[in-house]
Ligand binder design. Sequence first.
Ligand SMILES: NC(=O)c1ccc[n+]([C@@H]2O[C@H](COP(=O)([O-])OP(=O)(O)OC[C@H]3O[C@@H](n4cnc5c(N)ncnc54)[C@H](O)[C@@H]3O)[C@@H](O)[C@H]2O)c1
Length: 330
Amino acid sequence: MLKLAIIGCGKVSERMHLPAFASMPQVAIVALADISSKPLGAMGDLYGVSALYKDYKDMLKNEDIDAVCVNTPNYLHAKMTVDCCKAGKHVLVEKPCATSMPEVRRMKSAADDAGVSVMVEQVHRFMPFNEKAHEVIHSGFMGKVLGFRARVASAGPALWSPQGKWFFKKSQAFGGALADIGVHIVDTIRWVTGEEIARVQALTAKYGKRGDVEDNGLMTAETTRGVLGTIEASWTQSPGFFGYQVNCEKGVLEVVMGSGLKAYMAEPKGEIDFTLPAESRHGGAFGYFVDCVMNGRTPFVDIEEGGRSLAVIIAAYRSAATGRAVKVGA
Ligand SMILES: NC(=O)c1ccc[n+]([C@@H]2O[C@H](COP(=O)([O-])OP(=O)(O)OC[C@H]3O[C@@H](n4cnc5c(N)ncnc54)[C@H](O)[C@@H]3O)[C@@H](O)[C@H]2O)c1
């Protein structure tokens, strides 16, 4: 039995983590923490958890816990992850995994020193259409990757989490649409294509009046192999969109969330509609995390991997601020 605790009982815990973990017979949710009594009490009641903490550090001292989910505003991810590692707990930390590269390095050191795993909740890697796209590209069926165009768009976090005012504050979120959902599409493109983004040139815009972060961002990207692509993130689009095209030697692979996965082949000319499994091959991100912890495996989306996707977003912000192309990680 894996004894799990969650820090942050807001929307992502309510909608994703708690229902998923509560449905797993091999997991016991043993404690919850939140600075706010309302979501803490509500989630405790709903899932029958009586060990409730206003201060997560008390929870780490008091409870017998194997693993912790860090589901708090972005600026708290690094500190809380480091504290959990120091207490000997495995961690599933929400995306974006941190707000700076020094934070990522501190998280990595803390995990290594304690001998625990830190997995980043880049949940799109566990969606069947992305898993299949990864498999198709990596099988060599489409030939080499020559380019990509990708877009992720939503109506913004006000609908997702009405209480989550922090999403609009640079001091707590560190960025807007790019940091929040752009990091999903950057991570997906990196993983599916196997291309490492080396340089970006970006622009951001703010149409809405809330807060001090961008609600739209786009970047042109160049990979270490010289492949070019574009990546866009928007908080001002309804209905939303998640999709990308990967241009390859033998045709174009296209993913549109909700419509599945298609290949448009050049030679011989034709279309392929890939059949997708109903479930992730890993049992989803949560099932995979539990499996890694229980079987002593290192998650393939660890803090270094999550950190590489974050580094692209950080470079995009630097580029937007300076008007110049910026090397990722420089
Ligand atoms: N992987 C995904 O697809 C996905 C989806 C949505 C959100 N997220 C991420 O999940 C995280 C949380 O987002 P959310 O939508 O749940 O936000 P939210 O605002 O709904 O919830 C955040 C919770 O954290 C609590 N909190 C704040 N400071 C705290 C502290 N010091 N100690 C304990 N609790 C504290 C708040 O009281 C609140 O209940 C963010 O990093 C967000 O980017 C990821």
